[in-house]
Design a protein around this ligand. Structure first.
Ligand SMILES: [Zn+2]
Ligand SMILES: [Zn+2]
Length: 257
């Protein structure tokens, strides 16, 4: 059975219990999976989830904010030191891959990918592309954040699973998550912080619920939690606008897809 691992569930500022948001999607076969984003101490999160080594074949980077891409050089170095042998394909919008290259180039005395111990390839994507990520059919959908950002829709056996990445509410979310059995959205703020959500182009819990309802999603999972321990308030505000089940996963949680 396919599985989703919440490697990190926090916003840009980590807390003692929530690292920067990152997800791993493991396909419904004994095959390598997909990592989405690589901020914070992503390699430790992979180790805790038993997903280091060659367990992941693809990395999709949703956007080039530090909490989503900032640990790319150390992830590659940790993979090398950890003895990785399998190829890694890194996907992202062109603007995102440009930042990835600049990050890697900053360590060119150490990260020389042309003589790397495992092959690293880069694959640019654009809004509307349909691609295969770790063997899973995926659609790339542009989101509305302060930098170019892309959400992902995975069409898995049993129904679609979609992840918005960082974004404010926008019409593309209904394309991304239409009829999805699970919609994963960011949830950086509560309603009282809505002015901050507009400036930084994030979502409140109420807005996340609205988006899930507009999609006709079966369940809603909230990540990129930016309100500390105010989880009852998050759940309550999301439930005002979405009648389905609302999950607020913790770092390391796994769910079957
Ligand atoms: Zn973020
Ligand atoms: Zn962001």
């Amino acid at each position: 059975m396919a599985e989703l691992v919440f490697l990190g569930t926090g916003a840009a500022l980590p807390t003692a219990t929530r690292s920067n948001t990152a997800l791993a999607f493991l396909p419904d076969v004994a095959a390598p999976g997909l990592l989405v984003d690589c901020g914070g101490d992503i390699y430790s999160a992979l180790l805790k989830a038993d997903l280091a080594g060659d367990a992941l074949s693809d990395l999709f980077i949703t956007h080039a904010h530090i909490d989503h891409i900032g640990s790319l050089p150390s992830l590659l170095e940790s993979f090398r030191l950890g003895g990785r042998g399998a190829a890694l394909r890194i996907w992202g919008l062109r603007e995102v891959l440009a930042v990835a290259h600049r990050l890697i180039d900053a360590f060119d005395f150490e990260l020389t990918l042309d003589s790397w111990s495992f092959p690293v390839a880069f694959a640019p994507v654009a809004h509307g592309d349909t691609i295969q990520l770790a063997g899973m059919p995926a659609r790339v959908v542009a989101m509305d954040h302060t930098v170019p950002s892309a959400g992902l829709r995975l069409d898995l056996p049993g129904g679609a699973v979609a992840y918005t990445c960082d974004t404010q509410p926008n019409a593309n979310i209904t394309t991304l998550g239409e009829g999805a059995r699970l919609l994963i959205t960011e949830c950086t703020y509560l309603r009282a912080q809505e002015p901050y959500a507009r400036v930084s182009k994030h979502m409140t819990a109420y807005e996340a619920g609205q988006q899930a309802a507009a999609c006709g999603a079966g369940r809603l999972a909230l990540v990129h939690i930016g309100v500390g321990d105010a989880l009852d308030a998050v759940r309550g505000e999301a439930a005002e606008s979405f009648a389905g089940e609302v999950l607020i996963p913790n770092d390391g949680d796994r769910i079957a897809l």
